[in-house]
Design a protein around this ligand. Structure first.
Ligand SMILES: C[S@@+](CC[C@H](N)C(=O)[O-])C[C@H]1O[C@@H](n2cnc3c(N)ncnc32)[C@H](O)[C@@H]1O
Length: 453
């Protein structure tokens, strides 16, 4: 495909979806376009361009659905970004609940919800905060451009990888195991609905102006240029109730004009709030940091584009640095690029065969690709190298349970429980995001009780 034609595709994609194709992603886009042309029987890509540009034909609309699935990155998981989840659980949602004691209605939008994990996470937080929700009308709406992602969100069945940020007691409370994975329980599902929709098309929104209490739009603006961000921001502002909140991915609105939204800074995240007419100010720039600090912060904030660019920059200056390689492997894994994540993890092991975090990541990736035998081998290797790694025993127990292999469980359980003895309940378990010793003790006790039955 020649450069001129490619630029025409890129412009059309930007106009239609807001998504800016980065220079480094152009070769992937070309491959996707060519394979789509082949599937449609077009010899010449300009025929495909003509189909996409003819907005009056119904084929054109259908084709955009296909293309959207190809060009969007829908990686997501439950309770993504523990810091922001804390702000939601401890500040924003309690404030909204307190303000709505009279009308008992709450409406929340997960914009760019991908496969639904974010919307269900918000519903879980609300269920936990409102154990008796009698008389409340709660609605969490998920919008996404990708038809495939919305179909998966509606199905509400998830594999273990989606639960990497959720503690197992919440997983058990709000999901039930099925042959295909873990399915959202009906009481949670009834609060959530999904719709395939382009955030850039305000007329498609089926929410009333000034009717939304909280909009969560994370890891979406990173793909957009400034013009598209401003356009969507105006729509969000019109949807928010007075004093309603907007939560985006960290730094996604840095340097943008956000007025009339006001900026509230929590230690874990910036939040935007619609005031009562007073004007806000552009988000202030952050002070300069070292490359290493910037990379770590961008990663903890899940700003993947930045992290990857920074980590690659750091890797060029320190080519043998395991930390950078690990960071890049984790980002690729989080974005669903498993081949790259595996290659980088293997590269780490060639530098240091005892890197436990890389082995743990490889175990997850193997499991995600349904290779449970390899996953178990990685976990056993971790136990061999570092016999106190309780997370490896727990993962192994879960894997054996999922395969209905009950024989090895009692001894793995006994060791895991022994490793938790004499530890403070608040201590966070390494390699198990946010899970504390107390949570894990409770979880293992439940498994033990079942194993005895
Ligand atoms: C990386 S996912 C983020 C998922 C979730 N918000 C999270 O943080 O885990 C980005 C999502 O934005 C969606 N998206 C991109 N452009 C969009 C648009 N114009 N309208 C609606 N959704 C869009 C993609 O389909 C993708 O599912």
């Amino acid at each position: 495909m020649n450069d001129q034609l490619l630029e025409q595709f890129i412009n059309l994609i930007r106009q239609q979806t807001g998504i800016s194709i980065r220079v480094q992603d152009k070769p992937y886009l070309v491959r996707k376009l060519i394979s789509r042309c082949r599937a449609l029987g077009y010899q010449d890509p300009s025929q495909y361009l003509a189909l996409l540009a003819n907005s009056y034909s119904s084929n054109c609309q259908q084709e955009w659905q296909h293309l959207a699935d190809l060009i969007t990155t829908g990686e997501s998981y439950f309770f993504r970004d523990q810091g922001q989840m804390t702000v939601l659980r401890e500040c924003l949602l309690p404030d909204l609940i307190a303000r709505h004691q009279q009308d008992r209605t709450l409406q929340i939008l997960s914009a760019g919800c991908s496969t639904g994990e974010e919307a269900y996470s918000l519903a879980i937080l609300l269920k936990e905060l409102l154990p008796d929700a009698t008389g409340w009308q709660i609605r969490v709406v998920g919008y996404d451009l990708s038809q495939g992602a919305i179909a998966k969100a509606k199905a509400g069945v998830y594999g273990r990888w989606s639960f990497r940020g959720l503690d197992s007691s919440l997983q058990k409370r709000y999901f039930q195991a099925t042959g295909q994975g873990w399915e959202v329980v009906p009481s949670l599902r009834e609060w959530v609905r999904f719709r395939c929709l382009n955030l850039l098309a305000p007329t498609e929104y089926d929410l009333l102006p000034a009717s939304v209490d909280l909009i969560v739009c994370r890891n979406v603006f990173i793909y957009f240029d400034s013009g598209a961000i401003q356009q969507i921001l105006q729509t969000f502002i019109s949807l928010l109730r007075p004093q309603g909140y907007l939560l985006t991915g960290h730094t996604e609105l840095q340097g943008q004009e956000v007025s009339p939204l006001q900026v509230i800074s929590f230690p874990e995240s910036v939040v935007y709030q619609l005031g009562n007419g007073t004007s806000g100010s552009p988000v202030p720039p952050t002070p300069p940091l070292t490359l290493q600090q910037e990379t770590q912060i961008a990663f903890s904030e899940r700003n993947y584009n930045n992290t990857l660019a920074l980590a690659q920059q750091g890797q060029r200056s320190q080519p043998q640095n395991e930390d950078y390689l690990l960071l890049m492997a984790q980002i690729h894994a989080d974005q669903g690029r498993y081949t790259q994540a595996i290659a980088l993890s293997q590269q780490i092991l060639s530098l240091n065969p005892e890197n436990i975090t890389a082995l743990f990541l490889l175990a997850h990736l193997a499991e995600e690709q349904q290779d449970k035998i390899a996953a178990k081998e990685y976990l056993r290797r971790i136990i061999f190298l570092s016999p106190n790694t309780v997370a490896a025993y727990v993962e192994l127990i879960e894997l054996h349970l999922s395969e209905q292999e009950f024989d090895p469980i009692p001894s793995l359980l006994a060791t895991a429980q022994m490793l938790l003895q004499d530890r403070s309940g608040d201590e966070v378990i390494p390699l198990r995001q946010g899970v504390t010793v107390a949570m894990l003790r409770h979880y293992l006790a439940q498994i033990a009780a079942k194993a005895i039955q």
